[in-house]
Write a protein that binds this ligand. Structure first.
Ligand SMILES: [Fe+2]
Length: 253
């Protein structure tokens, strides 16, 4: 599996603080089937994003991880005015592997009325926004139709693996499932911050999606689509059929 959203770099943000903690996280990721992980330090009012510093930490982490997992660079990009201006001027500073996909996180306080315009300007600058964990943003729970519009306009949606497991509460889990039912989810990622409480694990969410929506959907959300994100290529169209898990009595039919 491929994890496009994880805070794994030591001393960069509210993720791990030491190289040992970072390595412990990578060990968890490897143990549960992740082959590629994108290091996504925050770019928000609290944490300034420095791509060169991130590259240096990634190089250090790669050496320490001895090739057990591939590490890519991304950014957990907060949709603030200054960030947006800077990303439009220098997209590769923030995008995954300097290519076209940008993780974007909305404020939990308000959704700007100009968001459609911001996304259109980003796309004109060659950036494809990947809306991160809308299921954890109460403002977005009321904007299902708007999410539909953003997806129709070419944006992607990433849901957090732990949301599907109920670890962010019932409303987050239900909204994540509703998005899945409506085919408004393109990627599931861990948004890991440590090795235990918010670990870089995708395996349980993969099993859950495979069970409820079919193994082909799971493969698409945990491997094929995130693979396209790290490669910076377009997603293949979702050709997976409607999947109905069999009821217990059907096994005797
Ligand atoms: Fe994050």
């Amino acid at each position: 599996m491929i994890d496009i959203h994880a805070h794994i770099l030591p001393g960069m943000d509210d993720g791990p603080q030491t190289l040992e903690e970072s390595l412990a996280m990578l060990e968890v990721a490897v143990a549960y089937g992740t082959t590629d992980i994108v290091a996504t330090p925050h770019a928000n009012l609290q944490y300034a994003f420095d791509p060169e510093l991130a590259d240096g930490k990634i190089a250090e982490l790669r050496r320490a991880a001895q090739g057990k997992i591939r590490i890519h660079r991304g950014c957990d990009f907060h949709l603030s005015y200054d960030n947006i201006q800077d990303a439009l001027a220098r997209p590769a500073k923030y995008t995954v592997n300097g290519k076209k996909y940008l993780l974007v996180e909305f404020s939990e306080l308000l959704i700007a009325k100009t968001t459609n315009d911001i996304f259109a300007r980003m796309q004109a600058a060659g950036i494809t926004p990947v809306i991160t964990h809308p299921e954890r943003n109460i403002q977005l729970h009321r904007r299902l139709e708007q999410i539909e519009q953003w997806v129709a306009a070419g944006c992607l949606v990433q849901v957090t693996a732990q949301s599907l497991l109920g670890k962010f509460g019932k409303p987050a889990r239900e909204f994540a499932e509703e998005l899945l039912r409506r085919r408004l989810v393109h990627v599931v990622a861990s948004d890991a911050h440590d090795a235990k409480r918010r670990p870089p694990r995708l395996d349980q969410a993969f099993e859950l999606v495979a069970h409820k929506f079919g193994p082909r959907r799971a493969e698409r959300l945990f491997l094929l689509n995130p693979g396209a994100v790290i490669a910076g290529v377009c997603l293949e169209p979702d050709d997976t059929e409607e999947f109905r898990p069999r009821k217990w009595y059907q096994f005797w039919g």
